[in-house]
Design a protein around this ligand. Structure first.
Ligand code: 5GP
Length: 186
């Protein structure tokens, strides 16, 4: 019995992800060729994407990490966010690239963007691996997008269900029996 046995369908293979992340790295290297951006990422779902993305670009970049948690009903994204871990360095006057695993309603990112802008960075751009536009509740401009995916609850490549499956090397959908029926809402 392994984590793979719980996967019903693979949406994005390891090869597809690797190829697209390499392309994003090249795009970033091109667009930021004369700058030293700070990649701001949100724990924990983004760690695998971040780890691969920074190795796909040769920019003189730095990394800072935040951890956020949503208030409200357990599986609903409420947009009310609590900071569990703050930035460790100053971002004033810096060029930020927000590295996100997935943008669903957009409420978490909306909060994060307001928080970052208050600290007067020089610029803020968004790089997300997965865009799930079906349930978007805010207008967010995504500058660098890995893939657009349908309204499914996905796991793997850093994304969890109940803290499991982050170590799947691909993006997949779990068997309904794992959830006990319906897919969880985020
Ligand atoms: P949003 O505020 O955009 O609705 O939610 C963003 C966060 O919800 C993501 O960073 C991620 O943690 C979680 N999320 C949204 N969709 C999914 C999904 O399909 N699978 C998993 N594992 N988490 C998701």
């Amino acid at each position: 019995m392994t984590i793979h046995d719980d996967v019903q369908e693979v949406l994005l293979t390891e090869d597809q992800i690797r190829g697209r992340v390499a392309e994003l790295g090249v795009e970033l290297a091109h667009d930021y060729s004369d700058r030293q951006p700070v990649l701001v990422s949100v724990l924990k779902g983004s760690i695998v994407f971040l780890a691969d993305l920074i190795r796909a670009t040769e920019l003189p970049l730095s990394v800072d990490l935040m951890e956020l948690s949503s208030y409200g009903a357990a599986m609903e994204s409420s947009g009310q966010v609590r900071i569990l871990k703050d930035l460790s360095g100053s971002i004033e006057g810096r060029d930020l690239i927000v590295v996100e695993d997935i943008i669903d309603t957009g409420l978490t990112l909306n909060y994060l963007l307001r928080y970052l802008h208050e600290r007067t960075p020089a610029s803020v751009h968004i790089c997300c691996l997965l865009d799930k536009p079906a349930r978007r509740l805010t207008d967010i401009h995504i500058d660098y997008r890995g893939f657009t995916i349908p309204d499914r609850f996905v796991v793997g490549y850093g994304l969890d269900f109940d803290e499991h499956y982050r170590n799947l090397p691909y993006i997949g959908v779990l068997r309904p029996s794992v959830y006990g029926g319906a897919e969880p809402r985020t």
